[in-house]
Design a protein around this ligand. Sequence first.
Ligand code: 4NP
Length: 161
Amino acid sequence: MVRVLFVCLGNICRSPTAEGVFRDLVRREGLSERIETDSCGTGGWHIGNPPDSRACAEAERRGIDLSDLRARQIKESDFEAFDYVLGMDDRNIANLEAMCPASYKDRIKLFLSYASDVGRHDVPDPYYGGPDGFRDVFDMIDKASRGLLADIRTRHPDALG
Ligand code: 4NP
């Protein structure tokens, strides 16, 4: 099993979208028994809440259902439990590195490092913007998800069977 954790600030916009998009890709590739997905926030303001309605609407427009997801906050045991701990922006990465045990630091990566064709290195926070922000974020996440799956296939061929 390969375990992937998507991390943003609130766990209601970017990381649940990433979880939903990547989970759908994994399902379509027939790998749901091999790759486990989850998401969380570095902050705790939205614990227990479903994703932002704008994120849900954009996902639904693309055929992705986020309605079962609920926000939670990162915890120290996540660094041991997940093979990939993927932050959406530099602030997420700094927060993750500050609390991660030294032996697991190499599990922390910027999610867009798997999307060389996007032309930027972070997924911007769409929370205070308009619907265009959610559309753009979705596009970036979609591209990075494909790159991430390719990386998993390269690095964990045995786990994928
Ligand atoms: P996310 O967006 O990190 O992509 O889930 C945010 C959601 C909520 C807040 C900030 C960012 N907030 O400050 O409540």
